[in-house]
Design a protein around this ligand. Structure first.
Ligand SMILES: Cc1cc2nc3c(=O)[nH]c(=O)nc-3n(C[C@H](O)[C@H](O)[C@H](O)COP(=O)(O)OP(=O)(O)OC[C@H]3O[C@@H](n4cnc5c(N)ncnc54)[C@H](O)[C@@H]3O)c2cc1C
Ligand code: SF4
Length: 564
């Protein structure tokens, strides 16, 4: 840290550089604010650090994942399900998994880039089915910011005019791959909506970034920046303004207060030497991810805020949700012995299925969308594991090689991603005993699915089986039982944690107002997944970006008006 950053009082201190923090840094520096950003992980730049074009055979491990790189040796994500020195705990009987990346740009360095707007109904669910709560804002409040995110970041898709799946300002979508056309035929026959994906990948040049060249390796980081990462699309441009001071390796532990109870900075650990440091700022924006931000607030206790900062309502850590999920794949004989052809495309599916049914006819509330996988991705470690399950049942030598060629690309799979209703049994709190490597108290997770989610996931499994059947395929596993939760993914494992610092009009039942501003501390904001009032049947990051942009614009206007 330079001596100047210690002595200066910045306009804004942002904690975390992922989707929410990166957008705040971009917006605030452009508006002229002097910003300091604390990021727990190291520096990253896709232009120089990406392994986009490496072959699996360039590595002795053939690209296999390591403990530091959960999704493969060449993956851009530094971190995973376990972080050395940064444990978390689970309450008895609860199972929750927490995926964290520690690096500039956070988890936007490895994400699916499925970029869906929440629809009008998603902001007023309680009014519609009396479950959970309504948001204090409507789709119309967020729409202009979704539009801005589309224009700034770039997204492809198709205009469909579907109810509750708002269209955006789309670049043209890539054409479906062969196996996706087969899926589309099956879903058409079953009456399931199947449309081009909506991914934040450029199919045309935009704002100085080139179009995708279809290498399909988005999760290794795109060296030409044709896809979205907070790292290269938001944070590096913010640094280029000359108004962002970035401190990497800085683990924030507490928000500090002045004598009037206003935030005046952040205490952090310099991870290189373990020393405690302090930055001063007139405004603090927390964007360390939904659970980490809750941890920071709960650890920022004072005589004025004995329950933790911004927590007079007691809701910080509560209403934690994740997306529901289950997967299924099958062998599709029609795809065996395919004619070799080029299936290159973006690093993700070119089609998906948005929620298409009416809950009044179902035994669960809310919905899910379906993600499709399969095709001719480049082989690496673990490629076609389980080949003995295909007919004629594995073998050796020449026959085995012939089988690899024959069955390459003959499996198609589906992942359901649905909406969980917030419930009182799902929350995080400070563990009274456990601390991390630096002595900072860690989170303890509580988790329990309800029948709403189990029935929804059962429906996903039945739908996937019907799709595979329609394609003339054979599923690899029997229908899971209720006792096994219909193979519902463990809480947290879909990596869409939301809702721990929720917004609302009433300061007795929410931590933030409609602009992500703490009810209790006017110069404190949260711009990650924490402010969400509910999940949706959509992935959350496009909404995190839009809400962060909206909150940043509010900060700029309030500063101009002398109110902050
Ligand atoms: C495999 C995978 C696939 C995904 N696919 C999709 C998808 O297709 N669509 C979608 O919408 N979402 C997807 N997501 C989720 C998406 O990545 C997150 O919603 C998004 O990144 C959350 O942004 P954030 O700013 O809240 O947090 P993050 O991106 O996690 O950023 C938080 C940052 O804060 C830093 N930090 C944490 N604690 C501290 C601290 N105490 N002090 C300082 N810094 C700290 C972290 O190091 C990190 O850089 C996926 C995620 C993963 C991992
Ligand atoms: S598929 Fe396109 S966006 Fe993804 S890494 Fe390759 S060039 Fe970049």
């Amino acid at each position: 840290m330079s001596p100047s950053s210690r002595d200066v009082t910045y306009d804004v201190c942002i904690v975390g550089s992922g989707a929410g923090g990166g957008m705040a840094a971009y917006m605030l520096t452009r508006a002229g604010a002097r910003v300091i950003m604390l990021e727990a992980g190291p520096m990253w730049n896709n232009t120089t650090d990406s392994a986009m074009l490496k072959w699996a055979h360039d590595s002795p491990r053939r690209g296999m994942g390591t403990s530091e790189r959960a999704f493969g040796e060449f993956d851009a994500g530094l971190g995973g399900w376990e972080l050395p020195g940064e444990p978390y705990t689970q309450a008895e009987g609860s199972e929750f998994r927490w995926f964290r990346l520690r690096m500039l740009g956070g988890r936007t360095n490895h994400w699916g880039r499925i970029s869906l707007r929440f629809g009008p109904d998603d902001f007023r669910r309680k009014s519609l089915d009396d479950l959970g709560d309504d948001w204090p804002i409507s789709y119309d409040d967020v729409k202009p910011w979704y539009d801005e995110v589309d224009r700034l970041v770039g997204i492809f898709g198709s205009v469909e005019r579907l109810p509750n799946h708002p269209d955006g300002i789309f670049l043209p979508p890539p054409r479906p791959r062969c196996y996706e056309l087969l899926v589309k035929q099956a879903s058409d026959r079953l009456g399931i909506t199947c449309i081009p994906s909506r991914l934040s990948i450029l199919t045309r040049p935009l704002n100085g970034r080139p179009a995708c060249h279809y290498c399909g390796q988005c999760n290794r980081g795109c060296a030409v920046n044709a896809n979205f990462t907070s790292t290269n699309v938001l944070v590096h441009p913010a640094i280029a303004t000359g108004r962002l001071t970035l401190i990497t390796g800085a683990m924030a532990r507490e928000v500090t207060l002045d004598r009037n109870g206003r935030a005046d900075g952040v205490l952090y650990i310099n991870k290189q030497d373990g020393s405690e440091q302090r930055v001063r700022a007139r405004i603090v924006v927390l964007a360390a991810s939904a659970c980490e931000t809750a941890r920071l607030l709960l650890n920022s206790k004072s005589s004025r805020f004995p329950q933790g900062l911004a927590n007079s309502s007691g809701v910080v850590g509560k209403y934690l949700t994740d997306t529901t999920g289950t997967d299924l794949s099958g062998f599709i004989p029609a795809m065996a012995d395919h004619v070799p052809h080029n299936e290159d495309g973006v690093g993700g599916a070119h089609l998906y299925m948005p929620w298409w049914l009416d809950n009044r006819k179902l035994d669960f509330p809310r919905g899910y969308h379906i993600e499709i996988w399969g095709g001719l991705y480049p082989p690496s470690y673990g490629f076609m594991g389980g080949i003995q399950s295909y007919p004629p049942g594995g073998g050796y030598g020449k026959q085995l090689k012939a089988d690899y060629r024959k069955y390459y690309g003959a499996s198609i799979g589906f992942s359901g991603r649905g909406e969980q209703i917030p419930n009182v049994d799902c929350f995080c709190e400070i563990d009274p005993e456990a601390v991390d490597h630096w002595g900072i108290p860690v989170l303890r997770f509580h988790w329990k699915w309800t029948d709403y989610e189990l029935n929804q996931v059962k429906h996903m499994q039945q739908t996937f089986r019907a799709l595979i059947d329609q394609m003339g395929g054979r599923v690899w596993s029997p229908m899971p039982s209720r006792e096994s939760g219909y193979d519902i993914a463990t809480g947290g494992s879909i990596i869409h944690e939301l809702g721990t610092v929720r917004m609302g009009h009433d300061s007795r039942t929410s931590a933030l107002n409609a602009y992500c501003q703490a009810h209790d501390v006017k110069n404190l904001f949260v711009t990650d997944g924490g402010p969400f009032v509910s999940q949706a049947d959509k992935n959350p990051t496009w909404t995190i970006l839009a809400l962060s942009m909206r909150a940043s614009d509010y900060i700029v206007k309030q500063r101009k008006a002398g109110k902050l």
